[in-house]
Ligand binder design. Structure first.
Ligand code: ARG
Ligand code: ZN
Length: 858
C-alpha cells in the first residue's frame, strides 16, 4: 500500500508509560511489554488498539493483568479491543535474534545483541504503535547470561542491577524523557568502555562511555574528543545542553547505516567510532567527528523535538546535517568543508533530483520509509535550512532556532512548525519559501551580465524542471550571493544578496565604467545549477582571484567542466583542445605556486570534477567517452605539470605526520599528485606509489598509494595488495578498504577482480560494510560499472537479487545506480532497463526493492 502525508491522523490512544522486560539470548529472546494506555482526547473514539507488528505473534495478551482473547490479527498488526478508557495492556513475544539478517529490530552482531529501531524496527521486537508521534516513558528490565553478556545497556539511567541464579544477571534502566519507539535501544554484550566525563554549561556532570570490543579500546580516543567537542559546541552555537547524567555510545560491526541517535544510547557503525592513524585515513577521522556530532546533536533536533510522522523526516535530518556541517566547519576550516559538502550534494543529491526517484524534502507519499533516508532528505534538507540562515543572518537564525526548541520541546513536530518558528523568531516571511519543501527538482538559474556606459545589468532566469508527479513548477525564492569584480584591481565593492523570486529578474548596478567580472552563488548560497557562458579568461581570473573560496574553486571546476563537455561532444579540433588544456594547466600552475593557499585548499582546487558530476551536466551521457576525456586531461596535466608536481610532492613529503590541518593538506596533495602521475606516466607512478606505500606511517598515505597501484599493472601492484591484506587481515574496517579500492580501481580488469573478490573467504553478504565496500564502490567505478558489455549492470542486478531476501534495505540502496538509465546513451540505457526488469520479475521481492525498481522503470 502507498502511504500519504495528507492522511495523517493522531493515534487514538496515549501511552504515557511502557515497561519492557527482556529475557535475552542469541537464539531466543522473550519480551514482555506492558503499556499503560489512555484514550487520546484528540483522537478518534474507538475501543480498538491497533498495534504494529512485523514477523511476530502474540504469545499472550493481558488487559489489566488478566489474560484475554479479545484480540485479532490484521495482517502483521495486532488489534486489541479494550473495554474502557484507561488500561494496562501486556503482550508477550519471542523471536530468534541470530536469524535476523535484516538488521532492524533486535539482532545479533559479533556475539552481542543490539537494536536498530528507526524507522520501523521496534515492531519487530514487540507489538506497539510504532510511529513517532506516540511518546512514552520507558522502563527496561534485561536479563541475560552473565559471562557472554556482562554489559547490559538501555536508554536513560541505570536504576538497578544484580546477579541471578544459574550464571545470569539483570539490569533495569529508566529513561525519564518521553520518546517515540524509534529511539528505543538496548545493547548487551562483552564490551569494554572508554570512560570520560563532561561538565555542561549549567554544571551538570555527565558520564561518557564509548563501548567497543576488547581489542578496539585504543581506537576510541578520537571519537571521545569529538563527542566532548560536540557537547561544548552545541552549548555555544545553539544554546543546547545535554539532559541526562549519562551518555553512552556503542560500536557495532553489522549496521545498516552510519549510526543512530537513540536517547542516551547512541549505536554506531564501527566505521564511525574507531580511528587511529595506522588504520584510518584523514577522511575516516573527519567522518567519525562528523557522525559523532550528528548523532549527539539529534538529542535536541530529533529527540527533544521529534517528528510527527515520517514525512517530516527532514525536520530532524536536514536540520541536524546543517548543524553537523557548521560544527565541522568550525573544527576543520570553513572553506574546505563547504566545498566538500557541495561536492557531496552534487554527487549524490543532484542525480536523485534529476532522476526517477526525485522527491521533495518533505515527500507526499511512500511505500517503504527506509527508501527515504536519502541525500534529498538529509543534504538538500540541510541546504534549505542553510538558505533560511543566509537570508536571516546567523543571529536572527539562532533566534528562530531558539523559538523552535522552546515552542516544541517534548513534542512531535512538523516541518511547517519549524518554518513558522523561523518566521516568528527570525523575522522572515517564508510564505513563498515553503515551496522548497513542496517541489522536487534542482532549479537552474540562467545568468547573463551585460554592460553599457556606466551600468552593469544582471539578468536572471529560473527553471524548475518537471519531476515524477510534478509536471509544472512554481518559481522558487533563490538567495544568490554575488560580487562584481573590477578585473584590473582584482577587488569588488562588497558582497550582496540578491533574491530571485520570480521566473525572471533584471538588476542594474551603476558605477561600472568597465564591465565587471561576476562572481555568483558565492559560498553556494542556493542549491541550484548556475547556467552561464563565462569566457575562459574570466574563469581563469576568478580561479586565481576570487576571495570567496567556494566561488574560486567553482571557477576552477567550471573551467574544467566546460572543456570536458566540449571534448566529449567532439566539438573540438586538436588545436582547440590544446589551447584550452594549456589554459587549464596554467590555472593549475598558478594554484600550485600560490603561496597564500594552504595545502588543503590547494588540494580542493586541484581536484578534477567527478564523473558523476560531469554526467549530471549532460542530457544524455556516454560514460565511456566522459571517462576517456577526463583521463585524457589528467594525463595531459600530469605531463605538462610534471616539474611542478614533482617539486610540490618533494615539499609535502617532508611534512611529518600529525592530524593538524597542514599535515592533512600535505597528504591530500601527495595522493592527488600520484593520481595525475598514474595517468601520464604509469611506470613512474608505480615506482612513486610503491615508495610512498612502503614508507607510509599512516593509513592516508598507505591507502592513497595502494589505490593508485591497484589501477596499474605490475609486480608493485601485486606485492602491495598482498602486503596490505596480510598486515590488516584481522581488522575488518581495513579489509573493507582492501575490497573497496580494488572495486573502484581504474584497472581495466576491475570487473574480473570484483567477481573474484565476491568469492573471497572474507566476503559476505551479511555484513553491510563489506557489501558496500565491494559493490557500493563498484557502482562508483566509472569505467567498470558502465562497461560497454553490460556486465557491470548484470553484476549489480545479481547482487540486488541475492541480497534482497537477506537485507532488503541494503539491496534497495543499489537500485538507484541502475535507475539512472534515462541519462545514458541508448545502448547502455537499454541494458540497465533490462536488468531492472529482470529484478522486477523476481518473486517475493521486498517492499523496499519493489518500490525502488517500480519507480525507476516508469
Ligand atoms: N537517524 C539516523 C541518523 O540520521 C539514521 C537511521 C536510519 N536507519 C534506517 N535503518 N533507516 O543518523
Ligand atoms: Zn540523522
Amino acid at each position: 500500500p502507498i502511504i500519504y502525508r495528507k492522511d495523517y491522523k493522531p493515534y487514538p490512544w496515549l501511552l504515557p508509560s511502557v515497561r519492557l522486560e527482556f529475557d535475552l539470548a542469541l537464539e531466543r529472546t522473550r519480551v514482555v511489554n506492558t503499556m499503560e494506555v489512555r484514550r487520546n482526547p484528540a483522537g478518534e473514539a474507538t475501543p480498538v488498539l491497533r498495534l504494529d507488528g512485523d514477523n511476530l505473534e502474540p504469545l499472550e495478551v493481558r488487559i489489566d493483568g488478566e489474560a484475554t482473547q479479545s484480540w485479532t490479527m490484521d495482517g502483521p498488526a495486532l488489534l486489541v479491543t479494550v473495554p474502557g478508557d484507561e488500561h494496562s495492556v501486556s503482550i508477550v513475544t519471542e523471536f530468534d535474534p541470530s536469524a535476523n539478517t535484516v538488521l532492524m529490530g533486535l539482532y545479533a552482531s559479533n556475539g552481542m545483541l543490539c537494536t536498530q529501531c528507526e524507522a520501523e524496527g521496534f515492531r519487530r521486537i514487540t507489538f506497539f504503535p510504532d510511529r513517532p508521534d506516540v511518546l512514552s516513558t520507558y522502563t527496561v528490565r534485561m536479563e541475560a547470561e552473565k559471562e557472554s553478556f556482562p554489559v547490559l545497556l538501555s536508554n536513560g539511567n541505570r536504576t538497578d542491577a544484580g546477579d541471578l541464579t544459574d550464571g545470569r544477571h539483570y539490569a533495569e534502566w529508566h529513561d525519564p524523557w518521553p520518546k517515540p519507539s524509534y529511539l528505543f535501544a538496548l545493547v548487551v554484550g562483552d564490551l569494554v568502555a572508554n570512560s570520560d566525563s563532561f561538565t555542561t554549561m549549567s554544571g551538570r556532570e555527565v558520564a561518557l562511555n564509548i563501548y567497543v570490543r576488547d581489542g578496539d579500546l585504543e581506537r576510541t580516543h578520537h571519537a571521545m574528543s569529538s563527542l566532548k567537542a560536540s557537547m561544548k559546541w552545541d552549548e555555544e552555537a545553539f544554546g543546547r545542553e545535554y539532559d541526562l547524567d549519562l551518555f553512552n555510545i556503542v560500536a557495532v560491526s553489522d549496521f545498516n547505516m552510519g549510526a543512530m541517535e537513540n536517547k542516551g544510547l547512541n549505536v554506531f557503525n564501527t566505521k564511525y567510532v574507531l580511528a587511529d592513524p595506522e588504520t584510518a585515513t584523514d577522511g575516516d577521522f573527519d567522518g567519525v567527528e562528523g557522525v559523532i556530532a550528528h548523532e549527539y546533536f539529534h538529542n535536541w533536533s530529533g529527540n527533544r523535538v521529534t517528528c510527527r510522522d515520517w514525512f517530516q523526516l527532514s525536520l530532524k535530518e536536514g536540520f541536524t546535517v546543517l548543524r553537523d556541517q557548521l560544527f565541522s566547519q568550525d573544527m576543520q576550516g570553513e572553506a574546505v568543508k563547504r566545498i566538500e559538502d557541495v561536492r557531496v550534494l552534487r554527487g549524490a543529491q543532484f542525480p536523485e533530483d534529476s532522476g526517477p526517484l526525485a522527491h521533495p524534502i518533505r515527500p507526499d507519499s511512500y511505500r517503504e520509509i527506509s527508501n527515504f533516508y536519502t541525500a534529498t532528505i538529509y543534504n538538500k534538507g540541510a541546504e534549505v535550512i542553510r538558505m533560511m540562515r543566509t537570508m536571516a543572518g546567523p543571529q536572527a537564525f539562532r533566534k528562530g532556532c531558539d523559538l523552535y526548541f522552546e515552542r516544541h520541546d517534548g513534542e512531535a513536530a512538523t516541518c511547517e512548525d519549524f518554518v513558522k518558528a523561523m518566521e516568528d523568531g527570525a523575522g522572515l516571511d517564508l510564505t513563498q519559501f515553503r515551496r522548497w519543501y513542496e517541489q522536487a527538482g534542482t532549479p537552474t538559474v540562467t545568468v547573463r551580465l551585460d554592460h553599457s556606459g556606466d551600468e552593469a545589468t544582471l539578468s536572471l532566469r529560473q527553471d524548475v524542471p518537471p519531476t515524477p508527479g510534478q509536471p509544472a513548477k512554481h518559481p522558487m525564492p533563490i538567495p544568490l550571493r554575488i560580487a562584481l569584480f573590477d578585473r584590473d584591481e582584482g577587488t569588488h565593492q562588497g558582497e550582496q544578496l540578491v533574491m530571485l523570486t520570480e521566473n525572471e529578474k533584471t538588476i542594474t548596478f551603476d558605477g561600472f565604467a568597465k564591465k565587471p567580472v561576476l562572481s555568483i552563488n558565492r559560498n553556494f548560497s542556493a542549491p541550484v545549477i548556475i547556467e552561464r557562458k563565462t569566457p575562459r579568461d574570466k574563469l581563469v581570473f576568478l580561479a586565481a582571484r576570487d576571495d570567496d573560496p567556494f566561488a574560486r574553486s567553482e571557477a576552477m571546476q567550471d573551467l574544467v567542466v566546460g572543456h570536458l563537455l566540449d571534448d566529449v561532444s567532439e566539438k573540438l579540433t586538436d588545436s582547440e583542445r590544446d589551447g584550452v588544456r594549456a589554459d587549464i594547466a596554467q590555472a593549475y600552475a598558478a594554484v600550485i605556486a600560490d603561496e597564500a593557499l594552504d595545502d588543503q585548499m590547494r588540494g580542493e582546487l586541484m581536484l578534477l570534477p567527478t564523473q558523476t558530476y560531469l554526467m549530471e551536466k549532460m542530457r544524455i551521457a556516454d560514460p565511456g567517452r566522459i571517462f576517456a576525456a577526463r583521463e585524457g586531461l589528467k594525463a595531459y596535466l600530469g605531463k605538462e605539470l610534471q616539474e611542478q608536481f614533482h617539486r610540490l610532492y618533494e615539499r609535502v613529503e617532508q611534512v611529518l605526520f600529525s592530524l593538524d590541518r597542514e599535515a592533512k593538506g600535505a597528504r591530500k596533495v601527495k595522493n592527488l599528485i600520484l593520481t595525475f602521475a598514474a595517468a601520464s606516466d604509469p611506470s613512474k607512478a608505480s615506482e612513486l606509489a610503491a615508495h610512498q606505500y612502503n614508507r607510509a606511517d599512516n593509513m592516508t598515505d598507505r591507502q592513497g598509494a595502494l589505490m593508485v597501484l591497484a589501477g596499474l599493472d605490475g609486480v608493485e601492484r601485486t606485492n602491495a595488495l598482498i602486503d596490505f591484506y596480510n598486515r590488516y587481515e584481522d581488522n575488518p574496517l581495513v579489509i573493507d578498504k582492501w575490497f573497496s579500492l580494488q572495486a573502484i580501481s581504474l584497472h581495466p580488469n576491475a570487473i574480473e577482480h570484483v567477481k573474484a573478490l565476491a568469492a573471497h573467504k572474507d566476503f559476505t553478504l551479511r555484513n553491510p560494510n563489506r557489501v558496500r565496500a565491494l559493490y557500493g564502490s563498484f557502482t562508483g567505478n566509472p569505467h567498470a560499472f558502465h562497461a560497454e558489455s553490460g556486465e557491470g549492470y548484470r553484476l549489480i542486478a545479481d547482487c540486488i537479487l541475492a541480497l534482497d531476501p537477506l537485507n532488503p534495505q541494503i539491496a534497495a540502496r543499489f537500485v538507484p545506480a541502475l535507475g539512472r538509465w534515462r541519462k545514458m546513451e541508448p545502448k547502455r540505457a537499454k541494458m540497465m532497463r533490462k536488468e531492472l526488469e529482470r529484478i522486477s520479475e523476481a518473486d517475493a521481492l521486498s517492499r523496499d526493492t519493489f518500490e525502488q525498481v517500480t519507480r525507476s522503470l516508469v
